[in-house]
Structure formats: C-alpha cells, structure tokens
Ligand binder design. Structure first.
Ligand code: MN
Length: 490
C-alpha cells in the first residue's frame, strides 16, 4: 500500500518580525509532533513551513500537487495572514484541503495578555481572513474548529484524512470489467468518461476468454497454497472439494490479471461466463476480503466505490462490501431489509466464521455448482451508499442503517445474508431511497461514516444525498428539486 501523508501549512506574515515567526515555527513543529504522537491520526501530518508570501505558498502547493505521497493539505493561521497572498497558490491546489481553525493556547492568560500576545495569537482573526478566501474561490474544503489536542478535533481531522485517502485511491483507481453489464439493466450503466473526469476511474473491459486462458495456466501447487488459506479462514462445509479448487483457480487467475494491470476493482456477469464452469463466488469473496472492490452484473460504479470505501476504512481495508437489497420482512413493528447477493458478499461483514458451501445456481451459465461463503452479517450501525449517473452528473446517496442479527435462521438460503433497518424507518427509508433514485446495489459499510462520504463527495464535487433518522420525504423531494436546479446551472 502506498505511504500517505498530509501537509500542514501555517499562515503568518512578515509584519511581526523574526521573533514571532520563529515562535510560530517552533509551535507548529511542537503541535505536529504531539498530534502525530496522539495515535489518533491514521496518517502522519508533516509540517511544511510557515507561509509568508505568495511565492512560498504557490511553491508548496505545486509540490503538494506533484507529490504522490501527499494526500491533502491542512492550513491554519497562527497570526493574521493576508489572504491575497494565498490566492495564486490555492487556485492551483489539486489536493484535498482542510482548514483547521485552532490556536496554540487553550486559554486566555489573564495576567500575561498584552498587545504582543494578541498579535502572536490571533487565529480567531487570521482564520476568518483565511476562510473568506476559501469561500471566495469556491474551494471544496473541510473546516474543523477546536483546540488542536482535543480528542474531538483529532477525531474529526483523522476522519477527514481517511476521506481524503479515498479521494487519492479514487483518482488512481483502475477497474477491470470481465464482459459488459447485465443486459437491459439501467442503474448499472453510466458515463465512464464522466466518471474518469470527475472521479479519476479508468474503467475498461477484458475478455472472459483471456481470463479462461489465465485460469488454464494456474498450477495445482498454486491451488494447494490458496486452499491452505481458505482452510485457515473458513469452515469447509461441503464434500465437493473440486468446486472449491475451481474457485481457487478462478481467484488466482483474476488476481494475476488485476495485479498485472494495476486494477483494484473488478466486475463480471453471470451472462458472460463462456469457458467457465462456475460464476466466481468464493473467489470474488476472498478477493474482496483482500481489499479489491467488486460489482456484480457488470456494475463498475459499485465495484469502484467498494474499493474506495474499503481503502477509507480501518487500516486501509475496512468492513465495507458490495451489497444488494434483496427482499423485505414487512411484519408490523418488525420491518427489515434482507441484503445478500447471488454469491458475492464480502466476509469482512461476517459475525460468524464463514462456511464454504456448494449449491446449485440456476441463474446464468453455471455448468457446475459454485462454491461460496455463507455467513450472517454483524450487528451495528452502518451506512449503505449508492452512486448513480443522473445524466450530466453523478449523485452519491447515503443512508444510515442499523444492522441486526438476522431475525430468522433461513436454513435453505444458500448465500451470506445481512439484515438491517434503514433510517428513518423501513417504509419511509425505502420511499426516500427510491425517490432519490438509489440503486439496488450498494456498498454497505460498518466503519466508513456518512460524514466521510459527505467529505468525499464534497472533495470530488459531486452531489450528495443523505437519508437520516430526521429525513422526511417532503423535505427530501424539495432538496432534490433544488439540487437538480443548482447542478444544471453549474
Ligand atoms: Mn446484483
């Protein structure tokens, strides 16, 4: 995984003399060291100096743009820092931008405070000047206010860093499509050129026949090695070892092609498996557990979002997964959505040790019963996210959900299953989701937050719709109407 870091640029000016600038610099070093030492920032912050002139700021921004490790720029104004000297630099900035409105001292020192103190510690004043130019330039930015060593501030900054890493992953993401989208489906389609312009995704197709050729080249020794991994991570609950070995062959071949092309996400479709005996089930699930994004039925948007959200999560591979709303339980007072897929649910969602099972799969071109992981999803707060192409723009829809232990055993359901209650409640939640045009495919995540998705959408300059416990259909309809007008004008 690429090393990522964030650059801190502290605003000041030459008006106050060298002593003040020396103090600003020492304090910025101290704050950087302590914030990094807090253990609360998921990525290191690097102090890149005190900004005192247009030339200096422009130079640091140019360096940030070209530095492959720099995932974002954080600014703070220790003293007043006149913003006209920031215009040229900020106008060039291509990396995520966070304005941290803080100050070195927590309290006003009653005895010590005089005009020198005021001039040195005027973030309250300097950060407003700095905020104006961000607003005037219409820059996508995150504003975080609070004392720099407070847990709440470090938490917000750390959360934003993860969203910014999602942006970095997005901008270099390659998606491998094995075949095209499922025939006649609308929501999995979209403008791949627009997606590359806005989100950076390189989405291209490879022939299923090339994958079959790669599968033929996989050796029995390689399959043995992967079988050892499967056995360590999962319970084998089938006599059909050949089906598992076939999935291992598919996984090794797919991984080889993905890695050769630098792709972190892939799609396939049950309608295009020519030369393959089984739709990849276990194979796709195990690849997802290793951080690869996946989308069924050729859904490249959800494949890409899965890879990005996995990378935004804990340790760069969180509990995020390709998901599909399948069916509802509509009993009064106990209403739930049941999520699953034909085969491919990522085991990062599992509350129990997954079992490898083989079952008949009637849909598609499967000649033989595909092996797949079967498990129940975890309980807990989560989100589901869907990216749809509205024609001329992308809309990211995020809904808060509460996952529960599935309320029944469903012993004849041959796939992994997750059960949840969407916000504000199932029926209104479904009404809101359908009103916004959300897909049946989503990314379900336990550790990426709605705020991080909002930050991501903000940085990518795409539309964001959030369905929460407070959302009503009436208000949502108005918001969508206004957003539609605003986005047409942009
Ligand atoms: Mn599907």
């Amino acid at each position: 995984m690429r090393k990522r870091e964030f650059w801190l640029l502290v605003g000041s000016q030459c008006l106050y003399g060298d002593d003040v600038l020396k103090t600003v610099s020492e304090r910025a070093e101290e704050m950087t060291e302590k914030m990094n030492g807090s253990g609360m920032l998921p990525y290191p912050m690097v102090y890149k100096g005190t900004a005192k002139s247009n030339e200096e700021i422009s130079r640091v921004v140019r360096e940030a743009n070209y530095d492959e490790h720099c995932a974002g720029v954080i600014t703070w104004c220790h003293t007043f820092s006149p913003s006209k000297m920031w215009i040229n630099g900020l106008a060039l900035l291509q990396k995520p931008y966070c304005h941290l409105a803080t100050q070195y001292n927590r309290e006003i020192p009653n005895e010590e405070i005089d005009m020198d103190f005021m001039n040195l510690n005027q973030a309250a004043h300097g950060d407003r000047e700095h905020g104006f130019i961000g607003a005037r330039l219409r820059l996508p930015r995150k504003v975080i206010a609070g004392y720099w060593s407070d847990v709440s501030v470090l938490d917000k900054l750390g959360s934003w860093m993860k969203a910014a890493v999602g942006v970095a992953v997005s901008r270099e993401l390659k998606v491998m499509r094995f075949g095209d989208n499922m025939r006649e489906v609308a929501v999995t389609e979209g403008d791949k050129v627009e997606a590359q312009i806005k989100l950076g995704w390189q989405v291209n197709t490879w022939a299923v026949g090339d994958l079959v050729k790669e599968m033929d080249a996989v050796t029995e020794d390689e399959i043995d090695a992967l079988m050892t991994e499967y056995t360590a991570e999962y319970d084998i609950a089938t006599e059909n070892v050949e089906a598992i070995r076939y999935q291992a062959r598919e996984e090794i071949a797919m991984k080889r092609m993905l890695d050769r092309e630098g792709c972190k996400a892939f799609t396939n479709t049950f309608q295009d498996l020519y030369g393959m005996e089984q739709l990849p089930g276990l194979a796709s699930q195990h690849l997802m557990s290793r951080g690869y994004g996946y989308g069924g039925e050729g859904d490249w948007k959800v494949a890409a979002m899965t890879a990005i959200m996995k990378a935004m999560g804990e340790n760069g591979n969180g509990a995020s997964a390709f998901m599909e709303d399948y069916t509802y339980h509509l009993e009064e007072g106990r209403m739930y959505s049941l999520g699953a897929h034909m085969l491919e649910v990522c085991p990062s969602l599992a509350r129990t040790r997954p079992r490898i099972e083989t079952h008949h799969l009637g849909i598609g071109m499967n000649e033989k019963d595909p092996a797949r992981l079967v498990f129940e999803g975890k309980e807990g707060a989560a989100i589901v996210v869907s990216l749809v192409d509205m024609g001329g723009r992308m809309r990211l829809i995020c809904q808060d959900i509460e996952c529960v232990k599935p309320i029944m055993e469903m012993p004849n359901l041959p796939v992994a299953r997750v059960m949840w209650k969407p916000a504000p409640n199932l029926l209104e939640g479904v009404e809101c989701w359908i009103t916004a045009g959300g897909a049946h495919h989503t990314v379900l995540s336990y550790d990426v937050t709605a705020e991080q998705m909002r930050d991501f959408a903000n940085m990518m300059e795409i539309e964001f719709v959030h369905i929460t416990k407070d959302t009503t259909k009436e208000v949502l309809e108005e918001k969508l109407l206004l957003a539609d007008l605003a986005w047409r004008l942009r």
